[in-house]
Design a binder for this molecule. Structure first.
Ligand code: FHN
Length: 453
């Protein structure tokens, strides 16, 4: 049992801990209520659902390699032929209330769902196309009931929308002629109409997640991006948009010729995380698939499939670097989730049930990246500060040393046993030392260290 010592006079913060950074990243493009809420959410569920789920990565009995949602392109399937999948899309077991419950129990604070992926098929009844849910045996809106159910569970809703469209006759991947320009202008109006429709029909939506911005028609003509962004901010002031609305490369927030950035945060961390310990300059979010590179439903998965503990540790790392993390699920065509996804939802939910305090509403670590795990921090309204030590492995000596003095620490507790204080002491150099429980949580044992103000 450790002894609690008091060190008189040792009141100054040790070096690494004295620079509490603001929650807002250095180059954040905004710091209003909606983006603060977006930041505080930290953990999201990405859902890729569309006609590709019907095919499950196969075409005419043959497996088509590459990502399942890219089937039309990878399988070189003519658009009209591919569109026939709509006649088979009948999610008879779709239960939006069950989806929303799963999301809440998993611990996510937001869900980002594909309203229209690159294939062009729309999950809602759009006035501007017939290539939508009404053309299926299901025949009715999939989004509305989900938005309602998620909202009822207290989970925020974000909409994914692909700029790239393999179905629309006016879409052009490059603008080479005057006719292309006219066609692309018509397509641009179509996109604006659909996005206005989505934002007005589903007013609960808080963020738009753009994708498919890389074709030269869009990315070499940045005026489209700028016009689109202005149009959307006018319809819904406060709306949050990822940087892929911008014309540029994935991974950066691009700026127009006047230096204004596109979008609100960097969504470039796709199936990768920033280097551990680095501090991204913008708000950012990472998206992670369970298998290697499958976002939509694929019948047969190959290669390594990530487990709940692996994904939870990625979530912890993202939170420790001030970023959001989305786990991706690709529902089956019948509207249910495959076993692997359900297991991941349960595993993450179990850990989050005890530890969400150390993730949601926190900011990145100002203690850097310790060898034993990661650190997140919470600053309460009244100014009190709590450090969360996410211990992934036992350091030599089985104790954790913090660059803090005893006088700085009010109390410690384990999130797995929050009702009793957890002991701490000082070492010979007057640094705080915290012992560890004999058995660590297979994901991370979290110790909350509340600091004196
Ligand atoms: O091409 C898509 C892909 O299918 C998937 O939607 C991911 C999600 O981040 N985004 C694109 C690739 O960057």
């Amino acid at each position: 049992m450790m002894v609690l010592l008091t060190v008189a006079g040792a009141l100054t913060l040790a070096s690494a801990a004295d620079s509490f950074s603001p929650a807002k990243p250095k180059l954040a493009t905004r710091d209003d209520e909606p983006i603060r809420r977006w930041r505080a959410n930290r953990f999201g569920l990405f859902i890729h659902w569309g006609l590709y789920a019907v095919a499950g990565g196969e075409w005419r009995g043959k497996e088509i390699p590459s990502a399942a949602e890219w089937l039309q392109s990878s399988g070189k399937i003519p658009a009209a032929e591919y569109a026939s999948l709509a006649r088979q899309f009948n999610p008879t077991h779709y239960d939006p209330a069950a989806w929303a419950r799963m999301a809440r129990e998993m611990g996510v604070r937001y869900v980002t769902i594909t309203t229209k992926h690159h294939e062009g098929f729309c999950l809602w009844d759009s006035e501007f196309t017939d290539f939508d849910i009404v053309a299926t045996p299901h025949g009715r809106d999939l989004l509305g009931p989900l938005v309602k159910a998620l909202t009822a569970e207290g989970v925020d809703v974000h909409f994914y929308y692909s700029i790239l469209d393999w179905h629309h006759p006016d879409y052009r991947s490059a603008i080479l002629t005057d006719d292309d320009r006219l066609a692309y202008d018509r397509y641009f109006e179509f996109m604006k109409n659909q996005l206005r429709e989505l934002l007005t029909r589903y007013p609960q939506v808080r963020a738009l997640w753009f994708d498919g911005q890389w074709d030269s028609s869009y990315c070499e003509n940045p005026e489209y991006a700028r016009r689109l962004e202005e149009f959307l901010r006018e319809i819904k002031p406060g709306i949050i948009m990822n940087n892929r609305i911008g014309a540029g490369l994935i991974g950066n927030i691009d700026h127009d010729a006047t230096g204004r950035p596109f979008g609100d945060y960097n969504a470039g961390f796709e199936r990768l995380l920033p280097h551990a310990g680095s501090v991204p300059l913008y708000d950012w979010e990472a998206g992670m698939t369970l298998p290697e590179n499958q976002w939509g439903y694929r019948k047969v998965w190959s290669g390594h499939v990530k487990t709940a503990p692996e994904l939870a540790r990625m979530l912890i790392q993202c939170a420790s670097q001030g970023g959001n993390f989305m786990v991706n699920f690709g529902p089956k065509p019948d509207g249910t989730f495959r076993d692997e996804e359900q297991a991941v939802a349960r595993g993450l939910g179990q850990w989050m049930k005890q530890n969400s305090e150390a993730i949601c509403g926190t900011r990145g670590s100002t203690l850097g990246k310790p060898r034993w795990g990661f650190v997140t921090e919470r600053v309460a309204k009244e100014g009190s500060r709590t450090l969360y030590l996410h211990v992934l492995s036992k350091p030599a000596g089985k104790e954790i040393r913090l660059p803090l003095t005893l006088a700085q620490v009010r109390n410690c507790r384990l999130l797995s046993a929050p009702n009793r204080p957890w002991p701490f002491r000082a070492d010979g150099e007057q640094r705080v030392v915290i012992g560890l429980p004999d058995k660590l949580d297979p994901i991370a044992t979290v110790i909350a260290v509340e600091l004196n103000q």
